[in-house]
Ligand binder design. Structure first.
Ligand SMILES: *Cc1c(COP(=O)(O)O)cnc(C)c1O
Length: 367
């Protein structure tokens, strides 16, 4: 049709419409300056391939410093691969992995943990807030011990959970004590690990190896990097042959320095923690503004960088009509996620829209 815009003009138009910054996902954010500058520095010449380079060595050392541990560090492209390969390293195909019903490994990885472990079954504990408890782990691990049932071998917890709940040091210690007693390894999905450290104001070591975690997947993507997660083995015996696993799964980057250098940028500068603190603060900012408004309810306590808001349908429709994007697939409410780049002005605009629509909804019910 003659009045149709050329395809790329139409796309630009769509991007420019509505609120300029959205909070539907913390993956909407770009690359933070510290990660970007480290990549730029790594790009100033050639370097050895497949992780045999200076950048990758420095990044692994930065993790060993951060955790005060002689851990073994690997770099994967994304969290699904990191989690799946880490779990596969801890399991034989006849083993099982205990997780919460809302764990990313269960709900959002397309069966990759089972695929990469050649069939290790996920045993799912029902959980309203996404957290596992020693009791739930014990019930699943001891419910069956006959040859017909896959042998429980690993527990995986998400820190913070998919609903933004943070395990305290004490909760992790209690889980790891149960794991040790039952002969289970403990894996942590830390796609937002930095946000948990910021929320608890603790060191990375305190909520990992010092509390009994064997393997951590430390998320870089949601912490301000372009892509990349680090798989950290605190028990080096568990990482035997892990490089082969990564290579076979298509996770060995030939130009590894572009996955590892951004970690140097965020770890050495402290941006990993500052980014997470800012994201958490923006979530608290929205939560504090909408708390106590008639008709609105925070579905989960706001502990990290997520806000789950229950509101009448007209309020959610109104937000959509004003151009706000959000998902409603967890808990029935609207989920807002904040990243390193969240603009407090934009957070306040969202809060003002939420409040105005809620007041309209309340007024129309009263009328
Ligand atoms: C985002 C996320 C991941 C990683 O997802 P990818 O899209 O595979 O990078 C893993 N676990 C949790 C809890 C997440 O939120």
């Amino acid at each position: 049709m003659s009045d149709a815009l050329p395809a790329d003009t139409a796309r630009r138009h769509t991007i420019e419409e509505g609120p300029t910054q959205q909070f539907a996902s913390d993956n909407y954010a770009g690359i933070c300056p510290e990660a970007w500058s480290a990549m730029e520095q790594a790009n100033r010449g050639s370097a050895t391939a497949y992780g045999e380079d200076e950048w990758t060595r420095r990044a692994a050392d930065a993790f060993r410093d951060l955790f005060a541990s002689d851990c073994d560090v690997y770099f994967a492209f994304n969290g699904t691969a990191a989690n799946s390969l880490a779990l596969a390293a801890l399991c034989q195909s006849y083993h099982s992995v205990i997780c919460s019903s809302s764990a990313h490994v269960e709900t959002d990885e397309c069966g990759a943990p089972e695929f990469f472990s050649n069939g290790s079954k996920l045993l799912v504990a029902p959980s309203p807030d996404g957290k596992l408890t020693p009791g739930a782990i014990r019930a699943l691990a001891t419910g069956r011990s006959d040859i017909h049932f896959p042998k429980p071998r690993v527990v995986t917890i998400t820190q913070p959970t998919e609903t933004g709940q943070v395990y305290t040091v004490g909760e992790i210690e209690a889980i790891s004590a149960t794991c040790r007693e039952l002969g289970l390894k403990l894996h942590m999905d830390g796609a937002r690990f930095a946000h948990a450290c910021a929320a608890l104001d603790c060191t990375p070591a305190e909520i990992t190896w010092q509390a009994g975690v064997d393997v951590l997947c430390f998320g870089g993507t949601k912490n301000g990097m372009a892509a990349g997660e680090a798989v950290i083995f605190f028990d080096r015996a568990l990482s035997e042959d892990f490089s082969y696993r990564c290579k076979q799964a298509g996770q060995l980057a030939s130009k590894m320095r572009y996955l590892s250098a951004p970690w140097i940028g965020v770890l050495e500068s402290g941006a990993w923690l500052n980014n997470a603190r800012h994201a958490n603060a923006c979530a608290r900012r929205l939560a504090a503004t909408v708390a106590g408004i008639d008709g609105l309810e925070l579905i989960f306590p706001v502990e990290a960088n997520a806000v789950f808001l229950a509101a009448p349908e007209p309020v959610l429709d109104g937000l959509r009509a004003r151009g706000w994007r959000f998902y409603t697939f967890i808990g029935g409410g609207a989920r807002f996620m904040f990243a390193w780049d969240a603009d407090p002005v934009q957070v306040d605009r969202l809060a003002a829209d939420v409040i105005e629509l809620a007041e309209q909804a309340t007024a129309s019910v009263a009328a």
